[in-house]
Design a protein around this ligand. Structure first.
Ligand SMILES: [Zn+2]
Length: 478
């Protein structure tokens, strides 16, 4: 049975969590949580002067935001923080803005922060915003010095990117998880969160829906020998509190303060689960790669990227359906094992065909990841054969980790969360969604359910149509 200290982990008590993790890590696989403090509470903004005094060696603060307005009561949150800090500190405020309204986590933006750190000779960086501002601040301070105190004020419960040491950056047009650094301190002011646009908080709720598929993909990858980082504690800190959140989804629609608080906790824990695993696998599986493809195509199609978490939750519905079909219909005795190992030439052609329309650079970047995955998959053939021989055992284990797609959709509807790609802002058309579903497995060196389904010959147009039809029955999908 899982350690109850992990099951009910409180992200604001990092010392207790570290102790529980150490007691459940016999192989010393877990990465340290390199954060000093996490605050999730009312009036947390008022703590900022003390937090900065405690962490920064001098008075120079670089404040980094995007251009999105946020409020606390009647007042602008960012201005309020700026004036609050300016009484004591020498604050320079850098506003990141992008030509096409949406800030992207690209090197160019990170460079702007790095230049400002140097120009201001900053003693600490204060990032205020969502996942992109956070990822950029993590990347920029990592490039300058990991000793630089980084304090993040989370303005909405939009993604789980706030409490880990990874940045999702756009590199050569491809989204990549790069190891960067943790924030030193994370500040979640529940009064700010309550006023955040509902669609942003619902996006965070959508991002943690991945808890019902990503850890299962991760465990599968581990069992077939395609991943070595799998650990139970990363999953233990997610499952139970996420189940509580899923159960009380309807209260989210009413902005119930306790439910928002629970969402803040599980989002933070989801970041920590990735942090201790040292990679994003505990919170990122098939549902995320579908999303990454949609984002990659957005630029080429000249559309803004929809909320990450909202897209992820729809990917989760499709992935949960795919898991359900696999576990109910797969019969290993009927499998043609040799056919599960396609040639490099064949797969190179598939990757080119899938991504060339976005750009040759993108196709090449995807192939460099995929090529490694294909080689590992071939090397792991004995493990896969062994797994097939014990399929019923594995199936029973996997079934315990999954949630029925009906229940997922029912609760998402109760939360008022979107369940279809056409409900995204801006909407994603059916053709693009079909392309992302069909080709998601070709995109990088991470083994997920979609790879297994491809290699056993299922992940093709007709299977994707089946997923779409099943989602449609649940008032979800395209
Ligand atoms: Zn995510």
């Amino acid at each position: 049975m899982a350690d109850q200290r992990l099951v009910y982990a409180d992200p604001c008590d990092l010392d207790a969590l570290r102790q529980a993790l150490a007691d459940n890590d016999p192989e010393h696989k877990l990465c340290p949580i390199q954060m000093d403090r996490i605050y999730i509470q009312h009036q947390a903004i008022e703590l900022l002067p003390d937090i900065i005094r405690e962490h920064a060696k001098g008075p120079k603060v670089l404040m980094v935001t995007d251009a999105t307005p946020y409020f606390r009561g009647e007042r602008s949150l960012k201005e309020e923080i700026y004036f609050l800090l300016s009484r004591t500190f020498d604050v320079r405020w850098l506003v990141l803005d992008n030509h096409d309204h949406v800030l992207h986590a690209v090197d160019e933006e990170s460079q702007k922060i790095q230049q400002a750190i140097r120009a201001h000779e900053a003693d600490c960086v204060l990032g205020i915003g969502g996942g992109t501002v956070t990822d950029l601040c993590k990347d920029a301070t990592h490039a300058v010095s990991d000793e630089m105190p980084l304090i993040i004020v989370q303005t909405a419960l939009s993604v789980n990117a706030f409490s880990d040491g990874i940045s999702i950056m756009l590199k050569n047009g491809v989204k990549s998880s790069l190891p960067t650094r943790y924030p030193s301190v994370l500040v979640v002011d529940l009064d700010v969160i309550k006023q955040a646009p509902m669609e942003r908080n619902l996006a965070g709720y959508g991002d943690v829906m991945a808890t019902w598929t990503a850890p299962v993909d991760w465990y599968l990858a581990y069992r077939v020998g395609m991943n070595q980082t799998y650990n139970d504690p990363s999953c233990d800190i997610l499952r139970t509190q996420n189940a509580q959140l899923l159960d009380q989804s309807a209260k989210l629609a009413q902005r119930d303060p306790e439910t928002l608080h629970l969402l803040a906790r599980v989002l933070t824990l989801s970041g920590l689960a990735m942090g201790i695993a040292g990679e994003s696998c505990p919170a990122s599986g098939t549902e995320h790669i579908i999303t990454h493809l949609l984002d990659m195509s957005a630029d080429r199609q000249g559309r803004d990227v929809a909320f990450h978490g909202a897209q992820v939750s729809i990917g989760t519905i499709f992935t949960a359906i795919a898991w359900e079909i696999l576990l109910s219909e797969f019969d290993p005795s009927k499998l043609d094992l040799d056919a599960c190992y396609p040639s490099e030439e064949e797969m190179h052609g598939k990757v080119q065909e899938a991504f060339q329309w976005i750009g040759q650079e993108v196709a090449d970047e995807c192939w460099s990841g995929y090529q490694k995955k294909l080689a590992s998959w071939k090397a792991c053939r004995p493990r896969f054969e062994d797994l097939l021989a014990h399929w019923d055992e594995l199936k029973a284990e996997l079934q315990k980790q999954l949630v029925a797609p009906e229940y997922l959709c029912k609760q998402m509807h109760a939360a008022g969360a979107p369940t279809r790609y056409c409900q995204m802002t801006p909407p994603i058309d059916a053709k693009t969604a079909r392309w992302a579903l069909l080709n998601c497995h070709l995109y990088r060196n991470r083994f997920t359910l979609s790879d297994l389904l491809y290699y056993i010959g299922w992940w093709k147009e007709d299977f994707i149509e089946r997923l779409i039809a099943r989602a449609e029955e649940l008032d979800a999908g395209l």
